[in-house]
Ligand binder design. Structure first.
Ligand code: DX5
Ligand code: ZN
Length: 231
């Protein structure tokens, strides 16, 4: 079995927009190179967040970082080519925002980006079964999408187990990303269940008393400890 990796993917939605540059700089200095960028259209979810400009600016300043774009939009198809142009590396979207999931996944892959779908708390896990072979990653929402700062839904742990079983059934090895309300306790529970990408936000990396650098270090150390204790 391949070794489980842990990726700390801070959600930039948790940044203060007046100081986002220095917060990103601190994250990079703390070893982060994977950034979760929420794009919302005010239609699929009742909120707005970032535009493609942030992806473009991030990649211009940090060309080696990974821009992981989470599209919370209706009709994600129209964003794929512009996202490629902006420098996105990973693109995930919600299946109920489109009639053409498979075509969009293929489009993302054809443009040399990693393709993912996002599963909402109210959706069945096996919704992804018909397209599981076309995934480079899957995102499990552990809050309702649309807002930063919500609490992790504890029943997500059982849903994660279900997703892991579905992957095994189809011999898939893509990573699972956990998005929403990730705190240290639930992050560890998700590591123990096999998740690899953690969208860290308000309860882990931002607004910690210790600051971003210490929070990133603590996250990496504590999550890797869970893996070593399992061996
Ligand atoms: C919620 C977003 C998340 C969010 C995660 O719609 O998809 O990416 O910003 O951060 P917290 O930790 O605030 O839930
Ligand atoms: Zn997100």
């Amino acid at each position: 079995m391949p070794k489980q990796t842990i990726i700390n993917a801070p959600s930039l939605a948790n940044c203060n927009l007046l100081t986002i540059g220095s917060q990103i700089q601190q994250l990079v200095a703390a070893g982060v190179n994977f950034f979760h960028i929420d794009i919302m259209d005010g239609h699929y979810v009742p909120n707005l967040c970032f535009s493609l400009k942030l992806v473009q600016d991030l990649k211009a300043q940090y060309p080696d970082c990974i821009a992981d774009v989470h599209l919370m939009v209706t009709n994600p198809a129209q964003y794929i080519a512009p996202l490629k142009k902006s420098g996105a590396d990973y693109v995930s979207f919600h299946m109920d925002g489109t009639h053409f999931t498979r075509r969009i996944l293929e489009d993302i892959r054809t443009q040399d980006m990693k393709a993912g779908v996002v599963i909402n708390p109210s959706q069945r896990i096996d919704l992804i079964e018909p397209i599981i072979q076309f995934l480079d990653y899957a995102v499990l929402m552990t809050v309702e999408p649309g807002y930063a700062g919500q609490k992790f839904m504890p029943d997500s742990l059982g849903r994660l187990d279900e997703l892991v079983r579905l992957k095994e059934k189809h011999s898939c090895s893509f990573p699972i990303s956990i998005d929403g309300g990730v705190d240290f306790f639930h992050a560890k529970e998700c590591v123990a269940r096999g998740a690899e990408i953690f969208v860290t936000g308000i309860y882990t990396v931002f607004n910690q008393e210790d600051g971003i650098t210490a929070a990133c270090r603590r996250f990496q150390t504590e999550m890797e400890a869970v893996i070593s204790s399992d061996m």
